[in-house]
Structures are given as structure tokens and as C-alpha cells.
Design a protein around this ligand. Structure first.
Ligand code: ASP
Length: 351
């Protein structure tokens, strides 16, 4: 290209760049235009490091699924987060069993593992299930063999801290069994502090929209602490703990998995967004549906409302996001490319 041609080319491409930049302003009103975010990442409240990592990758051109999985890997690897991966709270026998799922919007594929032992990154195994099998969900021994086959390293996931929590739970489970917490000659009702060591939930969900405007998500967890071995929650079940429709948006959840399993909640959030609801409205409507469907008295408080919590996280095709819980106290993290922050989720009722 001659110097003259090169200059002509540069100035004409500069002009067409300006014209292209001005075009959206003509096509869309200013207010609407501001709402369109090319890239955004949202996660549950324990995911600030995950949203930061995922956005950093997305801005370098990564596919949203690669980015959100790399993001949650940080939390899975953290022995101090007792809700996922290494250091997750174990089942009633003291064995850590992990659940995870991924969903890739542009190809509408998914992969998942449930009751996976000894592998600290179940989200990565779920991604390999999606990429390297014709299946969606592998469980237990089969999932572990598959992970071994693909070179995942086996390790003991029970940290000292989570082992001590499990022992405490076992010792306070009943005053009538043979396990005794530390006590003195004067103590009676030994092991009666059950409420202090109750079962807990904990999970990370992360959804991202990348520079190609594709949406993907991941949910990973050690599930309900001290669960019956083999118990599977909502996290690895597509439609319950995670769902993505690339044309509409994505949704995921944390909290009482059984409520999401019987309400297909994440797909419900996406369907509410398809009907035109904002991500936050869609999350609130799913919370309301769960409350309406909670019929068993043992799961209700004195006012007939659910005595448990569930939180949803959602992201739509325009890059709008939202989160809501049944009860106040929920939180979410979001990275819109400018800031990485933690905020309170909306809620149906204040505790
Ligand atoms: N939903 C997860 C489960 O039920 C737990 C959680 O989110 O805390 O396994």
C-alpha cells in the first residue's frame, strides 16, 4: 500500500468508525442505550474474586463459560470457603461430596457432576462432561472415574476446620447417642447445642455475558452440610440451580436446593425474563412461587411463610442484572467492567 493509499484508508476507516459509533445513538434513545452492557458478570455474595477474574478474562476476549469457570475455581480452591470445593462441609459420614453444573449459552449445551468426591474443582469436571461426552450429568463413582480419566488430581477435600465442624455437629446431634462434646463433671444435657451447629447451605453461582454477547453460567457447591450420603441438591440440575437461554439470559441460585428442585426455579426465572420482566422482578417472582408452593407445615414459620431461604441471580441479554431472596440478608457480586462490587439482594420479606 502506498503512503497516499495508506492515509486514505486510515482516514476513511476512521470516518466509518465514527459513523458506526454514532449509529446506536440514532437507533436507540439515549436512556435505553445506557442500559446495554456488553460484558457483565454476576455471582452469589461469596464470589467477588470470581467476578473480578471472569471479567478480566472476558475483557481479554474469553468466552463467558471459560471465564466464569475460571472465576469459581478460585473459590473452589479456597480452603477457607466452607461452601464449595476444598474445605467444603462434608456429608454425615465426614466425606465431602460436591455438585456442579455449567451451561453454555451459544451452543445450548450443559454438563454436570453430582456427589463427586476427591476432586476440588467439580465445575471444571462438569465442563469436561459437556465438552467430551454425549451426556449432561455424571454422578458418584462414574463421575470420579471420568475425572480421573481426564487427569484431574485426587485429594482429601476435608480440611482440619471442616473436620472439626463435622465432629461438633455429630457430638451435638443428639443427647441420646454415644458421641460426647468436651464436658465437665458438672455438665448435664451433654450435646444439646444442636442449633449452634445446624446444617448449613452454601454455594457459588456465577453468570457472565461476554464481548460476543454470549451468556453462560456455572453453579458449584458442597451442598447441604452433613447431608445423607448421595443427596443431590439443585446445583447440578439444569433448570433448578442453573439455566441459560442465550437469546434471553441466565439464572442461578443458592439456598435450599430442595425448593429449587420441586419448582424448576432457574428456568422459571429465565422464562419470566422472556415475558419481559427485569432480572430482579423475575427473581422476586420465582421467590414468590416457591413461597406459594411451600405447603408442608414443617417448612413454614408461624405466619405460613417459608422457614428457609433461597436467593436467585439473573442476567439478561441486554446486560441488565438482578438478585432476590425470599428473606432479607442475601447478597450478590457484580462486575460491569467498571467496578467489581458486592450489593444486597432484593427480597420478599424482611427478617
Ligand atoms: N443449593 C445448594 C444445595 O441445596 C446449597 C446452597 O446453595 O447453599 O445443595
Amino acid at each position: 500500500m502506498s503512503e497516499f493509499d495508506r492515509r486514505k484508508f486510515l482516514s476513511s476507516s476512521l470516518l466509518s468508525g465514527i459513523a458506526a459509533a454514532a449509529l446506536p445513538e440514532i437507533l436507540f434513545p439515549q436512556s435505553k442505550q445506557k442500559e446495554i452492557r456488553k460484558a457483565v458478570v454476576i455471582s452469589s455474595g461469596n464470589g467477588l474474586s470470581a467476578t473480578a477474574k471472569a471479567m478480566e478474562m472476558i475483557q481479554r476476549g474469553s468466552d463467558a463459560l471459560d471465564a466464569v469457570v475460571a472465576g469459581v475455581n478460585i473459590v473452589e480452591d479456597d480452603p477457607n470457603d466452607m461452601s464449595v470445593g476444598l474445605g467444603g462441609l462434608p456429608n454425615e459420614n465426614g466425606i465431602v461430596e460436591l455438585d456442579a453444573s455449567v451451561m453454555h449459552g451459544p451452543t445450548h449445551r450443559a454438563g454436570a457432576v453430582a456427589s463427586l468426591r476427591n476432586i476440588k474443582n467439580p465445575s471444571s469436571v462438569a465442563k469436561v462432561v459437556m465438552e467430551r461426552t454425549d451426556h449432561v450429568l455424571l454422578v458418584g463413582e462414574g463421575a470420579l472415574n471420568f475425572a480421573r480419566m481426564h487427569g484431574f488430581k485426587e485429594e482429601n477435600l476435608l480440611t482440619e476446620e471442616s473436620r472439626k465442624m463435622w465432629v461438633k455437629w455429630k457430638e451435638h446431634l443428639s443427647t441420646e447417642d454415644d458421641y460426647l462434646p468436651p464436658h465437665t463433671i458438672d455438665d448435664r444435657n451433654i450435646g444439646s447445642k444442636f442449633h449452634e451447629v445446624m446444617q448449613t447451605y452454601g454455594t457459588i453461582n456465577c453468570l457472565g455475558k461476554d464481548l460476543n454477547e454470549n451468556i453462560s453460567g456455572v453453579t458449584t457447591t458442597s451442598g447441604l452440610s452433613y447431608k445423607i450420603p448421595g443427596r443431590v441438591g439443585d446445583s447440578p440440575i439444569i433448570g433448578a440451580g442453573l439455566y441459560v437461554d442465550n437469546e434471553i439470559g441466565g439464572a442461578g441460585s443458592t439456598g435450599r436446593g430442595e425448593a429449587n428442585l420441586v419448582n424448576c426455579s432457574s428456568v422459571m426465572v429465565v422464562e419470566f425474563m422472556r415475558q419481559g420482566k427485569s432480572p430482579e422482578e423475575a427473581c422476586l417472582l420465582a421467590c414468590k412461587r416457591i413461597a406459594d408452593n411451600t405447603k408442608m407445615k414443617r417448612l413454614q414459620n408461624d405466619d405460613g411463610k417459608p422457614n428457609f431461604n433461597v436467593t436467585f441471580y439473573a442476567l439478561n441479554k441486554r446486560g441488565e442484572y438482578g438478585s432476590a431472596s425470599i428473606w432479607s440478608g442475601g447478597s450478590f457480586c457484580v462486575n460491569d467492567g467498571a467496578i467489581n462490587k458486592k450489593s444486597d439482594s432484593a427480597y420478599l420479606w424482611k427478617r
